[in-house]
Structures are given as structure tokens and as C-alpha cells.
Write a protein that binds this ligand. Structure first.
Ligand SMILES: Cc1ncc(COP(=O)(O)O)c(C=O)c1O
Length: 395
């Protein structure tokens, strides 16, 4: 009997780490039907409310009529179509980089970029709280792989001093499970000083940070020399699907030549690129989405602090409530659900042990009333938890 899968599954269940998939029976949005229940949701990454925007849907439908459905081949064979190309040009303008390359997902963009840039004899240094796709990419690359303390330029500097070969420093722009920003100015300065290259995955910053939604590099005013490798994803604030890498002409040409997850996969449906072109336009032009989101973030943080909840240092729509143990996170999420609110618990190994949390995400499609409803439900849910479940301490 080579595989004892049932023992592995039982172990996961016993540790309160078993995952199940809520079944969504509605378009993505603020009011959804999940597992047969109508719920007010605070857990998707559709930060600007574009996933279900009528103009984005129209662009997608018109794109399918004009270009068909399937990409049909990989980009290097005959799958690179005019909408993909147009989107790449628009993304280069948007990111103020010479070029951009469209990828099928953020996971693949990260895997493809890191593995194309470093290999045996090189070094890859990552924030210890980076997204799983970046950590997997570092391991797969075959380069010497080391993780520095979260957002700590001194910890990065000591590793840079020991680095060999080409050195790639990799960080999330906005940390996906905490919502805090990378300390990019200091990290970039250390990296440049010691001849490394900085790669930023700004999956959660694009659309939300910066006056024009240009993400963390716009927020800090960082150029190509500071961040030569910039990754963004299109399934979050853009509301569609896919990802991109932006940088120099040479970087993009190198990825086309060497990034295996780019080369050996079918291109995304061209209609998705048509939809993304429309959502990019809305994301840039409709500034009110970002300012409304900022209002909601302020309202939530003030209310949650008033309830004594342990928040994180986050100026972004990702507003986790630290709970501690996995069973407490599950209990609080269930208590909210009984009150008509959906907030998913996040448990190890997605976050470090003892830091299970409810990852509240806010979205421009929420109203102030929705946030007030969430706060009321949180107050009632906390009061209803059994005594041992009430502590807000960080275990
Ligand atoms: C920081 C970060 N990078 C990359 C990804 C992966 O992007 P995608 O969903 O497009 O694969 C995610 C989440 O999905 C993320 O949070």
C-alpha cells in the first residue's frame, strides 16, 4: 500500500486545517449566493468592483464574437493574437516600463520570471512572508535560496553580502495575507547598492495604490532602475484574469526565450485581453473607486479598533483580523456566517502557525452601510463565541 491518503487527510482534519471550497452560485461580487445562502461577502480580491462591470462584460462578449473563444496555441506558435499584443502595449504605458509581457496567471508569471532569471550558482533572496508562488519559484530555480526577515533591510543586507552569482531580491508589493506594504525604498536601496536586481510582485497593489492605480511603484515613485522586474496580476483589482511582467526590452525578450511557464502553455483567451483593456481604462479613469475604498478602509479600521480587534498595519483593502488558533478562526467565521456575513478564515500553512486570521477584504462595490453591517456582526459574533473562544490574544 504505497499511499495512505486517508491518514493524511484525517491528520489535516484533526489539526483544524482541512479545506473545503465554498460553492459560489452567483457572479463574483459583494452580495453572493454561497452554498445556497445569500451572504454579504468580504473575501474576494475584486477590489475595484470590476469583475462584474457591465462595460467589462460587454468588452468580453464583443471580444469572443470577434476573436472566438480559445487561444488555440502557445504564444510562440500561433497563439499571440492582436488583443494580447494591444494589452501588452497598454500595460507598458500604464506601468511606465519599456515593455510588458502578458502571462496566463500570476502563479505562472512568478514561476516563469524567477526561473528564467536565476539558476545554479546564482542567489535568490525573498521576504519570508512572500506569496507561495514566489517561494515555489525560488525553490524551483535551483539558485541558492534564502528568506530574509519580513520587510527588514538589515536582514536583507546581511544576505546580500553573502550572495554569489546574479542576485535576485523578490518581494510582494502588498503582502497578500497581511495587507502591509513592502518597505520598498529601503529594500531597493540595499539591493542596488550591492548589485542585485529587485523583483516586485504587486498583485494586490495595482489598482489600489497610487493616484492612477499604478500600484506600489507609483505610490513610492520608483523607476525602472529601482524595480527592474515588476509583476502584476489581472485577476484582482483588474477584475479579469492573467498577469503581466513589465520591464526593459531585454528582460521581456529574455522571458520570451527562457520562461518555460510562458513558452509551454496555451495563450489566454483573447476575449479576456479585450475585457482587461476595458478594465484598465476604468481602473485609470475612475479615481472615485480608489477614494471610496480608502473611506471604507478608514471606517472599518476605526470600528474594528473600537471592538478591541487586533488589526494589522495595513493601509490597503486587505484588513485581516488576527485570531491566533485555527479553531478560533473557524468558529468566528462560522459565527459571522450565521449572521449573513462571509469572511473566510486563513490558516497555516498559508500563514505562519499561531497566526490564523479572518482576512477581511474591502471592495469599491461595498457601501458604508455594508461595513457597518460587518462591524455589527463582528461584535455579535464575538459575544456569542464560547468563553475560551473570546480572547483576542495572538497565540
Ligand atoms: C501576491 C500574489 N502573487 C501572485 C498570485 C497569483 O496570481 P494568480 O491568481 O493570477 O495566479 C497571488 C494570488 O492569487 C498573490 O496574492
Amino acid at each position: 500500500m504505497p499511499f495512505d491518503l486517508s491518514a493524511r487527510l484525517a491528520e489535516r482534519r484533526a489539526a483544524h486545517l482541512y479545506r473545503r471550497r465554498p460553492l459560489l452560485d452567483a457572479p463574483q461580487g459583494v452580495r453572493v449566493r454561497v452554498d445556497g445562502e445569500e451572504l454579504l461577502a468580504f473575501c474576494n480580491n475584486d477590489y475595484l468592483g470590476l469583475a462584474n462591470h457591465p462595460e467589462v462584460i460587454d468588452a468580453f462578449v464583443a471580444g469572443a464574437q470577434r476573436w472566438g473563444v480559445g487561444g488555440g496555441a502557445s504564444h510562440l506558435v500561433v497563439g499571440h493574437s492582436a488583443p494580447h499584443h494591444e494589452l501588452e502595449e497598454a500595460l507598458a504605458v500604464f506601468t511606465r516600463r519599456p515593455r510588458a509581457l502578458l502571462m496566463s496567471s500570476g502563479y505562472m508569471a512568478n514561476l516563469g520570471t524567477v526561473t528564467a532569471l536565476v539558476g545554479q550558482g546564482d542567489t535568490v533572496l525573498e521576504d519570508r512572508l512572500n506569496h507561495a508562488s514566489l517561494l515555489d519559484a525560488g525553490l524551483l530555480s535551483g539558485a541558492r535560496f534564502s528568506r530574509y526577515l519580513h520587510n527588514d533591510p538589515a536582514s536583507l543586507a546581511s544576505r546580500l553580502d553573502k550572495a554569489t552569482g546574479n542576485t535576485l531580491v523578490v518581494t510582494d508589493g502588498v503582502f497578500s495575507m497581511d495587507g502591509d506594504l513592502a518597505n520598498l525604498q529601503a529594500l531597493c536601496a540595499q539591493t542596488r547598492q550591492r548589485g542585485g536586481w529587485m523583483m516586485v510582485d504587486d498583485a494586490h497593489g495595482f489598482g489600489c495604490l497610487g493616484a492612477q492605480g499604478g500600484g506600489i511603484v507609483e505610490h513610492y515613485g520608483l523607476g525602472l532602475d529601482d524595480v527592474p522586474v515588476l509583476v502584476g496580476t489581472l485577476g484582482k483589482a483588474f477584475g479579469t484574469a492573467g498577469a503581466f511582467v513589465a520591464g526593459s526590452e531585454e528582460l521581456i525578450e529574455s522571458l520570451i526565450q527562457f520562461a518555460r511557464p510562458y513558452i509551454y502553455t496555451t495563450s489566454q483567451p483573447p476575449a479576456v485581453a479585450c475585457a482587461t483593456l476595458k478594465s484598465l481604462q476604468l481602473l485609470r479613469e475612475e479615481q472615485w473607486r480608489r477614494s471610496h475604498l480608502q473611506q471604507l478602509i478608514k471606517r472599518f479600521r476605526t470600528g474594528a479598533a473600537g471592538l478591541g480587534l487586533q488589526l494589522m498595519d495595513s493601509p490597503t483593502p486587505i484588513q485581516p483580523i488576527l485570531v491566533g488558533s485555527s479553531d478560533r478562526a473557524l468558529a468566528l467565521s462560522a459565527a459571522l456566517r450565521e449572521r449573513g456575513i462571509l469572511v473566510t478564515p486563513i490558516r497555516p500553512p498559508t500563514v505562519p502557525r499561531g497566526t490564523a486570521r479572518l482576512r477581511v477584504t474591502l471592495c469599491a462595490a461595498h457601501s458604508e452601510d455594508d461595513v457597518a453591517q460587518l462591524l455589527q456582526a463582528l461584535e455579535a459574533a464575538l459575544a456569542a463565541l464560547p468563553d475560551e473562544e473570546k480572547s483576542h490574544e495572538h497565540h
